[in-house]
Design a protein around this ligand. Structure first.
Ligand SMILES: NC(=O)c1ccc[n+]([C@@H]2O[C@H](COP(=O)([O-])OP(=O)(O)OC[C@H]3O[C@@H](n4cnc5c(N)ncnc54)[C@H](O)[C@@H]3O)[C@@H](O)[C@H]2O)c1
Length: 370
């Protein structure tokens, strides 16, 4: 089939492109080559067999050109990070998605399926259980609480420490510009899809890991920051107490999920989590990484925290499992893959400084007040 992959020069998009080509599809990439993700221009890993169009999903003319003769769309292009140019998140992620459906309807394009990349971020702090008052969806932790070094989520009624639950697809609670824009993107895609009979599937990825992940995302995953820190013989920064739980999913498993929902009509007009199943604390993850790199890890709890960080989040994968998907690859493999990728690149130490400086500028990293 003729497939358009928006954001196909990026991490998840490019791996999906590789497998689509292997499966005999004809692939076109539409990507703006956003900086700093693509600081050196078009990445060398893009296969020649895929047609590459440099262009913007928010540009009507460029998107229309990219949609010519297309039957399937993987929509990965997005504005990410946690910077404060709020409107850009909605311009790219929400308006860009609306434009996609607008053109499909307006030009009566023969699209058979759209798969939209969303994020676990839409759950915010996820779901918690208070023994006394039951299940609730917390708001972000207040700055006063964090400055006191009180990390755990408490019940809004009795203030006792609550227990994080595995989060299914039912309740969302997006709490930052990225998450809100991704949730609005979901609503646009699913509702316009349903209304105009354009089969659409939304995938909410947990933290995806593997080779080709950008070195430059300021606020990006722990794998990037920790790998780069260890690579340059720095101790990785541990925020809060390092006991934050996350689930990590390997890129190969993510691509399998992408292809599965493409082929399975039961996935039409549905939302699925794509997660790693098991939660790891940040400290556990750092230990796995240190072992892979053969480096010593002396965690230093400095009293710093990132305002707006989620305390714990682990996605339930039961819904996608019912369609026959399961994550097969370990976190250890993801780390090895990223390590291999890092070793084959020219990376300079200023990459770490770049992210650190940006986070300080934005006053994201703060310190407890004792
Ligand atoms: N990587 C993760 O852990 C993760 C987790 C949850 C959700 N996601 C979602 O998955 C998708 C892909 O993420 P990724 O990790 O591959 O990111 P990435 O930055 O590696 O890739 C995104 C690509 O989109 C392109 N792009 C950005 N704005 C564009 C525009 N206006 N027009 C055309 N192209 C544009 C970029 O140049 C880049 O190549 C995104 O929608 C993201 O929100 C990723």
């Amino acid at each position: 089939m003729h497939v358009l992959v928006t954001g196909g020069a990026g991490f998840i998009g490019s791996h999906t492109v590789d497998v689509l080509l292997k499966e005999g599809h004809t692939v076109r990439i539409l990507d703006i080559l956003e900086k700093p993700t693509h600081l050196r221009g078009k990445p060398d890993y893009l296969p020649e067999e895929a047609e590459f169009m440099e262009g913007d999903v928010t540009n009507r003319r460029e998107l229309e050109k990219a949609l010519k003769d297309i039957e399937i769309i993987f929509h990965f292009a997005a504005y990410m990070d946690y910077l404060t140019d709020f409107s850009k998140f909605f311009h790219v992620n929400s308006a860009g998605t609306a434009l996609l459906y607008e053109l499909i309807v307006e030009k009566d394009l023969p699209i058979r399926k759209v798969i939209v990349a969303s994020s676990q971020a839409v759950y915010g702090e996820g779901k918690y259980l208070c023994k006394e008052h039951g299940i609730f969806s917390p708001n972000i932790r207040g700055i006063e609480q964090l400055e006191r070094g009180e990390w755990e989520i408490t019940c809004p009624q009795c203030k006792s420490v609550a227990t994080p639950q595995i989060t299914d697809e039912e309740v969302v609670n997006p709490q930052n510009q990225y998450a809100i824009s991704k949730y609005s993107q979901e609503l646009i895609a699913l509702n316009l899809g349903r209304r105009y009979h354009i089969p659409t599937t939304v995938l909410r990825y947990s933290i995806v890991q593997g080779a080709r992940q950008s070195f430059y995302n300021v606020y990006s995953g722990v794998c990037r920051i920790f790998c780069l820190s260890m690579y340059f013989d720095h101790q990785p920064p541990i925020y809060e107490d390092g006991m934050q739980l996350r689930d990590y999913v390997n890129i190969e498993d993510v691509v399998k999920a992408n292809l599965l929902v493409l082929d399975d009509p039961r996935a039409d007009y549905q939302i699925f989590n794509v997660g790693g199943r098991k939660g790891y604390t940040v400290l556990e993850f750092a230990r796995i990484l240190a072992k892979t790199f053969g480096k010593k890890f002396n965690p230093e709890i400095t009293g710093e925290f990132r305002f707006g960080d989620t305390r714990h989040i682990i996605s339930s994968i039961d819904k996608l499992k019912a369609l026959g998907w399961e994550p097969k690859n370990s976190v250890e493999k993801s780390v090895r893959d990223y390590y291999g990728w890092l070793n084959n690149r020219v990376v300079t130490e200023d990459i770490l400084d770049y992210a650190e400086k940006k986070m300080k500028e934005l006053k994201i990293v703060r310190r407890i007040i004792v």
